[in-house]
Design a binder for this molecule. Structure first.
Ligand code: APR
Length: 290
């Protein structure tokens, strides 16, 4: 359902806002592009962490990270505690939510965005105030038991280097505890998958923001929605495999596009809201409404 004619970004923003304002169950999928304006590099594309550089460095990490961990979790934890955090970890630890994150949180507060699926492990959506949120690849600031799935904020689960690997304190569990981040080769926790599927089925409008949409299962949700005839909004400065399925395409950075979309949504909701409040105070002549 590719947009029939090329639209200016101004037109696309207004059309996206109109669609969002009249939708009942909006679901969004966010990716690394959301956090680029917070100083965290993306994975792919220009300047991406895994984009191979001219000197041959870079490139995707080994896909068996999880198997390496599971084979010797003690050794994995020893190395994790000894090695200084890398550039990516430092970028995450010093990052702040940007206007794009705040705009998505406001869309939730306005009652427009029903649920956000984030592929990012940087905690920025949560810190921006997003509540209806599935972090499908986990969260770098949390820990998780591999057995019972129990999660803790990292600061509430100190790791004792003398007692590795850390184990779950839940009665009768003793599962091994790891970072909540989903490693390559690791299955995504079933409750997270279930929630993403439920929300995608309930969606009457789907928006993707800052994702290259090439990593599964996350990339399947906007596709499933579009194939069901649900309108798809894509916010991304670059073309992606989803572009041809999109109804509306905004080719701008999310930190610029989302606040403008929310401003227009707010404007469109205002009349309905003031009518509601006027009704509440009996100002409106009820008979005129009938
Ligand atoms: N605003 C919006 N989008 C942007 C911006 C920006 N300021 N800057 C770049 N982008 C877009 C790029 O055009 C690209 O399409 O963000 C996308 C980032 O793509 P990826 O780096 O592939 O990130 P993502 O889609 O989140 O990757 C999915 O892959 O490697 C795994 O676990 C990792 O969660 C990640 C998953």
């Amino acid at each position: 359902m590719r947009a029939m004619r090329e639209q200016t970004n101004d037109e696309a923003i207004e059309e996206a806002a109109a669609l969002l304002a009249r939708s009942r169950h909006v679901v969004a999928l966010a990716g690394a592009g959301m956090s680029k304006e917070s100083g965290i590099p993306t994975f792919r594309g220009e300047g991406g962490l895994w984009t191979t550089r001219p000197d041959g460095s870079g490139g995707e990490p080994p896909m068996n990270q999880y198997q390496t961990f599971a084979a010797d979790p003690t050794r994995w934890w020893q190395r994790r505690l000894q090695e200084p955090p890398g550039d990516f970890a430092n970028a995450i630890d010093s990052a702040q939510p940007n206007p794009g994150h705040l705009a998505l949180a406001e869309l939730e507060t306005l009652g427009v965005l029903a649920h956000l699926i984030s592929q990012n492990v940087d905690d920025l959506h949560r810190r921006a105030g997003q509540r209806s949120l599935t972090e499908i690849h986990g969260n770098r600031h949390w820990m998780r038991c591999m057995m019972c799935g129990m999660r803790w904020p990292r600061q509430e689960f100190p790791v004792d280097p003398e007692r590795l690997p850390p184990t779950c304190p839940q009665t009768g569990c003793l599962g091994i505890v790891k970072s909540d981040t989903v490693m390559f080769g690791e299955a995504i926790p079933p409750h997270a998958l279930r929630r993403c599927e439920e929300e995608t089925w309930a969606a009457d409008c789907f928006m993707t923001v800052g994702t290259s949409a090439v990593v599964y299962p996350a990339a399947q949700y906007p596709q499933q929605a579009a194939h069901r005839g649900i309108p798809l909004i894509e916010v991304n400065p670059e073309q992606t495999p989803l572009t041809d399925l999109a109804t509306i395409v905004v080719r701008l950075p999310s930190g610029e596009a989302l606040p403008r979309i929310v401003q227009s949504v707010r404007r469109r909701l205002a009349p309905a809201k003031s009518a509601e409040s006027a009704e509440g105070t009996g100002d409106i002549d009820a008979s005129a409404q009938a």
